[in-house]
Design a protein around this ligand. Structure first.
Ligand code: HEC
Length: 382
C-alpha cells in the first residue's frame, strides 16, 4: 500500500516535469511559476501582437504597433533646428555665416573634440588627419578621404566643415544623429587645431615668424579667413581674448529668444522684457566670454533692423553671497553688454544699463536650477 502511494507520487511528479518541456524552438515550455527572465521583447513601432494568458493573440495597441507614436509636433529633448539646407547654396551660406562658438584653445574643448574625432572619424581620416585611416590603408574603403592638410581643406571654413559633418558629404555619412551640435563643433574645432599644428611644423612662414598656435588659428579659422602658402601669420593681440578663458568650462547654448523675435517678426512694446539666453561671463567676473558674441551680434542686427528700438540692458544674480557685491556684479555685467553694443556701433542714445542684484528673482532661490534661472541678462524695451 505504502509502496503504491510512493509510486503514484513519483509517477505524477515525472509527468508534470515532462509536461513542462516541449520539443525544440524558443518555447519556454510550461512554467508553473513564471518569472521575468522570459519577457517578450518587441521592436518599437513594429506591427506587434501579444499572446494573452488564455493563448489568444491580441494587438498591443489598436493600430497593431508595439509603441505609441509621439504626440504630433513633439521634438527630442535638446533638439536644435539647423537653418541651412542640404544644397550648394546652403553649404556656401553655412560657410559664410556659421562661426565656431568655442574658445579654440580651451583644453577641455580640445580634449573632448579629440576623443570624439578618434571615435567617429579616425577610422577613415586617420588619427593624424592625413586621410590614412585603418579602413583606407587596408584597402577596404573605396574612396580615400582627403588629407586635412591639402590646400582645399586647409581653406575650408569652420562653417562649411560643420555643414558637411551635419549632412554628410558624398560618400561620407551624416553625423547629426550621432553627435550633438556642441559635439560636432568640438570635432571641427579639433580638426582646425590639427591643421594649425601641421602648419606650424611644415609651413616655412609659420616656422620663420615664430607664430603661436593661437596666431595660426586666428588666421585660418572663422569665415573668410583663408590660407595661402607663404602667408604671414600676424600675432594675435592679447585683447582678442584668444586664450582668455582657458580655464573656463564649455558653455551650453540654449534656444535664443532673439531668433524667435526675428522668425515671428514680433513687435516689441515698451516695458516688454526679453531674456538674452546665451550671454556668458567669466565665473564671478563681469568679463564677457567670447561665446557671448553670437547672441549679442543677433541683438545688434535686431537693433539695426528696428532703428526706433531703445533698450535697457538688465543684469540679475541669484541670492548667494553679499547683496551689495551682487548689485555691483550685475551692474558691471550689464555694462559689459552695453559696451559691447556701443563698440560695435550702436548709438549710446538708444541704450541704457542697470543691475538689480538678486532683487528681482525669476524663480525661487532654493534649488540650483532656480538660482541658475536667476543669474541672467535681459533687456527691457524703453
Ligand atoms: C567612412 C569614412 C569616413 C568617416 C568615418 C568620416 N569621413 Fe569625413 N570624409 C570622408 C570622405 C570620403 C570625404 C570626401 C568627401 C568628398 O568630398 O567627396 C570626407 C570629407 C570630409 C570633410 C571635408 C568636407 C567638405 O566640405 O569638403 C570633412 C571636414 C570631414 N570629412 C570631416 C569628418 C569628421 C569630423 C568625421 C567624424 C565625425 C568624418 N569626417 C568621418 C570619409 C569619412
Amino acid at each position: 500500500m505504502r509502496l503504491y502511494t510512493i509510486a503514484t507520487i513519483i509517477g505524477i511528479g515525472t509527468a508534470l516535469l515532462f509536461a513542462g518541456c516541449r520539443a525544440g524552438g524558443d518555447f519556454t515550455g510550461r512554467e508553473y511559476m513564471p518569472d521575468m527572465a522570459h519577457s517578450v521583447a518587441y521592436e518599437y513601432y513594429t506591427p506587434s501582437r501579444a499572446v494573452m494568458a488564455d493563448g489568444q493573440m491580441v494587438n498591443l495597441f489598436a493600430d497593431g504597433k508595439s509603441s505609441r507614436e509621439p504626440v504630433k509636433g513633439t521634438i527630442a529633448r535638446g533638439f536644435m533646428p539647423y537653418h541651412f539646407e542640404d544644397t550648394p547654396e546652403g553649404y556656401e551660406a553655412a560657410g559664410a555665416q556659421l562661426t565656431n562658438p568655442y574658445n579654440k584653445s580651451h583644453a577641455a574643448v580640445l580634449e573632448k573634440g579629440k576623443a570624439l574625432y578618434n571615435t567617429n572619424c579616425a577610422i577613415c581620416h586617420g588619427e593624424k588627419g592625413d586621410g590614412k585611416g585603418t579602413i583606407v590603408t587596408n584597402g577596404k574603403y573605396p574612396a580615400p578621404p582627403p588629407s586635412y592638410f591639402e590646400d582645399r581643406i586647409l581653406n575650408l571654413s569652420e562653417g562649411k566643415m560643420f555643414h558637411s559633418v551635419h549632412y554628410g558629404k558624398n560618400l561620407m555619412g551624416s553625423y547629426a544623429g550621432q553627435m550633438s551640435k556642441e559635439e560636432r563643433w568640438m570635432v571641427v574645432n579639433y580638426i582646425k587645431q590639427m591643421q594649425a599644428d601641421h602648419l606650424l611644423k611644415n609651413d616655412s612662414m609659420a616656422v620663420k615668424s615664430g607664430a603661436s598656435v593661437e596666431d595660426v588659428l586666428a588666421a585660418i579659422t572663422g569665415t573668410n579667413k583663408f590660407y595661402t602658402k607663404g602667408m604671414a601669420f600676424p600675432k594675435v593681440s592679447a585683447t582678442t581674448g584668444a586664450a582668455a578663458a582657458v580655464d573656463e568650462a564649455p558653455v551650453v547654448f540654449v534656444e535664443s529668444e532673439l531668433d524667435k523675435i526675428v522668425q515671428e517678426n514680433k513687435e516689441l512694446r515698451a516695458g516688454e522684457v526679453i531674456q538674452l539666453n546665451n550671454v556668458f561671463y567669466a565665473t564671478g567676473k563681469f568679463d564677457l566670454r567670447t561665446e557671448s558674441g553670437i547672441e549679442l551680434d543677433k541683438l545688434i542686427s535686431l537693433l539695426q533692423n528696428k532703428p526706433e528700438l531703445k533698450i535697457e540692458i538688465d543684469g540679475h544674480t541669484d541670492n548667494q553671497g553679499n547683496a551689495h557685491d551682487n548689485l555691483k556684479l550685475s551692474t558691471n555685467r550689464a555694462k559689459s553688454v552695453y559696451e559691447y553694443l556701443v563698440n560695435k556701433g550702436i548709438n549710446k542714445d538708444r541704450l541704457a544699463y542697470k543691475g538689480f542684484g538678486s532683487t528681482k528673482p525669476a524663480a525661487p532661490n532654493d534649488t540650483e536650477e532656480g538660482r541658475a534661472k536667476n543669474r541672467r541678462t535681459e533687456f527691457r524695451v524703453l
